[in-house]
Design a protein around this ligand. Structure first.
Ligand SMILES: [Cu+2]
Length: 147
């Protein structure tokens, strides 16, 4: 029981520690993600909700970072993403890409401190790799606010 007590205290500290591992929610609503652009810190958890008929697959990922989501698959319900690498991630809802259902996650420490270089890198990758309706992600990346 003593071990359990220590474990509870430890877990409590992790969740209470200010500015550490915040949780964010992105709601899939009809043909949009709400919010469509979010600014988070490395290690934060991003929960995608209401994903029964939507998916969220990263198509633009910072150099050396891991993407998220599975191409061609619906997660069903909800799923969480934790991004450790700083940079700008662009993702799409594949079933609704024709409606322009795309989103951006900006990861920086501190939150909101993404640079013009990060944005340029994301736009360069997007321009080089995205095709057809997936190019709609470029417009969303252009709306990212940088320092
Ligand atoms: Cu969708």
């Amino acid at each position: 029981m003593k071990i359990l007590k220590y474990f509870t205290v430890l877990v409590g500290m992790v969740f209470i520690a200010p500015g550490f591992a915040a949780e964010h929610t992105i709601n899939a609503e009809a043909r949009v993600y709400n919010p469509d652009i979010i600014y988070v810190a490395p290690g934060d958890t991003i929960g995608f909700k209401n994903m029964t008929s939507h998916n969220a697959v990263s198509y633009v990922v910072p150099e050396g970072a891991e993407g998220f989501g599975e191409k061609g698959k619906l997660p069903g319900g909800s799923f969480n993403v934790t991004l450790e690498n700083e940079g700008i991630y662009g993702y799409v809802c594949e079933p609704h890409i024709g409606f322009g259902m795309v989103g951006v996650i900006v990861v920086s420490n501190p939150v909101g401190s993404a640079t013009a270089e990060m944005k340029d890198a994301a736009l360069k990758k997007a321009n080089e790799t995205l095709e057809g309706p997936f190019k709609r992600l470029i417009g969303k990346l252009n709306k990212v606010e940088v320092k």
